[in-house]
Design a protein around this ligand. Sequence first.
Ligand SMILES: NC(=O)c1ccc[n+]([C@@H]2O[C@H](COP(=O)([O-])OP(=O)(O)OC[C@H]3O[C@@H](n4cnc5c(N)ncnc54)[C@H](OP(=O)(O)O)[C@@H]3O)[C@@H](O)[C@H]2O)c1
Length: 367
Amino acid sequence: MKKLVGIVGWRGIVGSVLVKRMCEENDFDKINPIFLSTSQFGKKYFFLNKYYLIENAYNIDILMSLDIIITCQGSDYTNEIFFKLVSCNWKGYWIDASSNLRMNNNSIIVLDPINKKFIKESIENGIKVFVGGNCTVSLMLMALGGLFKENLIDWISVSTYQAASGSGAKSVLELLSQMNYLTKYIKKDIKNNFSILDIMHKFIFLTKKKNFPKKNFTVSLAGNVIPWIDQEMSNGQSKEEWKMKSETNKILNIKDNNICIDGICVRISSLRSHSQSFTIRLKKDISISSIKEIIKNQNQWVKIVSNDYNSSKIKLTPISVSETLNIPIGRIRKLNIGKKYLSAFTVGDQLLWGASEPLRRVLNFLI
Ligand SMILES: NC(=O)c1ccc[n+]([C@@H]2O[C@H](COP(=O)([O-])OP(=O)(O)OC[C@H]3O[C@@H](n4cnc5c(N)ncnc54)[C@H](OP(=O)(O)O)[C@@H]3O)[C@@H](O)[C@H]2O)c1
């Protein structure tokens, strides 16, 4: 019998990509889906030639009847609902895009091109909670998985360049509104060939106006970067930065937490796909050609980009990779600091490998 699978958060940006991918891969043929929402329940949803009644995502009786719940709703929802279900002795599987349960002892962070064996063993051992990893961590592992597998990494220092969609549908809409606001006032000045300094001055002035749209970011993301993502930790890291080491070690099932990764996470004004720049200290001096061979053989999605200007601007950008599962990695070269120091730059669609794709793949393992 087909499993009854509740899908929560399907209206959001990760959930929409998840549903799209599930359609592309015919996953809906294998399940009986129930669509739930925290705001749209009672309405009808026309999907794959059929009307579905949208159920209330807070209704515990409905949730208790489900074999599997896959949620892209967010941490508040998980906090409120997951523990209620556990206390009611719910026996189903919980698959989650949000971060709350990632570091729980009874959960597995899923990224099957990297930890498939561990996921399968965990299913056999009765684990019921499967959580997608942090977007940049998953994308970093997809890109550098080969070097981790060969135990070549001593440490990594990362700088991220994270797209607006990383913080949800509302943030994308806000960035577009900011762009719209700015172009509305500057369009004529460009046409009339105003002084470039005056145009730039006006741009900055406009971002500071009271009615400038900035409810989510609180500042302009358009024409700007924000060098902080997520909560402040007591040691000066942001929570996004803290996740780099803790989640990587958990995904790789390294018990003594000894792979050291740290860096600075930055929000930029690209719409979709996160980029990352790495400084890697290798455990030994190894040739660039061997490094490329090791990287490209780890999984079928990672693609080596030649270290030149044209290839980098065409193949190694958010726009080139968005809406694909490809993980290009380029700018690979030894740094002048020393023979064990490697640079690399990667980009990946954080809504796919960084969020929805590992979830739909673990759903397939379960069904
Ligand atoms: N975005 C990423 O790149 C990313 C990557 C990895 C993990 N995650 C995690 O995944 C979870 C979901 O993130 P998300 O980015 O998908 O959040 P989101 O776009 O904000 O969607 C979350 C929920 O917000 C509601 N919503 C309110 N206004 C909306 C609108 N205008 N359009 C669509 N939905 C709207 C919907 O719930 P109702 O139907 O109930 O109203 C939706 O399911 C979070 O825990 C996040 O941390 C996100």
